[in-house]
Design a protein around this ligand. Structure first.
Ligand SMILES: [Zn+2]
Length: 258
């Protein structure tokens, strides 16, 4: 069984505190993990100093939009935006950009063809939903004090409602590497940070039980993190290493699927 874990980070527009990105990078160094950072053009335009923090690292840089808005629109509009995003990043980071993640994971179906035409090898946009995360009248399920008690039910419902893709797959010649959710966005902003490790570990164990080979793509937002968040991420990295998972960048995964 081959289990791969990818740590991915979306750098949206502005960092709340750049020291946390520094700490985040230090943690990855300490754990000897190479991650994939999806960068939006707006941070380069508005705050090049913050965007430069990723320059001296060995991490992969991916594209996260020319603006932080969904990738809806016609094929030609999407091509125009992708081209602008890719060129800006390649010029700034002096590296080839191979992957794309749409802001808010929102995009139209023409995206894959536009990605292929603009020289992208992979996309990491499909949302693997492992839990029912929102219910009418109650709101976000992670916020509920009885979350742990109803978690098995939330997982079973998610199995019924959502399509699960444990492995990457090709669309129009582009490899789609699905994101495993919930991402830290919901866990950081809506509940106690300590649920991040517990939730990811739980999903990882479930995927190991249900699938043979699988890829777990962690989505984080280093601009919103706290010390508590880093502790949780560190624990998750230790746990998957203990389970013999390989930690790779998304571009490395793409190479192994070509
Ligand atoms: Zn984003």
């Amino acid at each position: 069984m081959t289990v791969t874990v990818c740590i991915t980070c979306d750098i949206d527009t502005e960092l709340r505190d750049k020291n946390y990105l520094k700490k985040y990078l230090m943690l990855l160094d300490k754990k000897k993990v190479k991650a994939t950072f999806f960068v939006n053009n707006e941070i380069i335009e508005k705050n090049p100093g913050q965007a430069s923090l990723l320059k001296k690292t060995k991490h992969e840089i991916g594209a996260h939009g020319d603006t932080h808005t969904p990738f809806y629109g016609s094929y030609s509009e999407l091509c125009k935006r992708l081209k602008k995003n890719k060129l800006t990043l390649e010029e700034f980071y002096k590296t080839k950009i191979m992957g794309f993640r749409a802001p808010m994971l929102k995009y139209s179906k023409e995206l894959y063809e536009a990605l292929r035409e603009n020289g992208f090898r992979y996309s990491s946009n499909f949302h693997r939903r492992e839990l029912i995360s929102w219910v009418p009248f109650f709101g976000f399920t992670y916020e509920l004090s009885f979350f742990s008690k109803i978690k098995p039910l939330l997982k079973s419902l998610a199995d019924l409602v959502y399509v699960k893709k444990p492995k990457p797959y090709k669309i129009k010649g582009v490899l789609e590497i699905p994101v495993t959710t919930p991402c830290d966005w919901f866990l950081v902003d809506f509940v106690k940070t300590k649920r991040i490790y517990e939730t990811w570990k739980d999903i990882f164990d479930d995927m190991a039980k249900k699938n043979g080979d699988f890829v777990f793509v962690v989505l984080t937002h280093p601009q919103y993190i706290s010390n508590g968040h880093l502790v949780e991420l560190s624990r998750f990295i230790d746990y998957v290493k203990m389970k013999n998972a390989e930690l790779k960048t998304l571009n490395e995964i793409t190479s192994s699927y070509s």
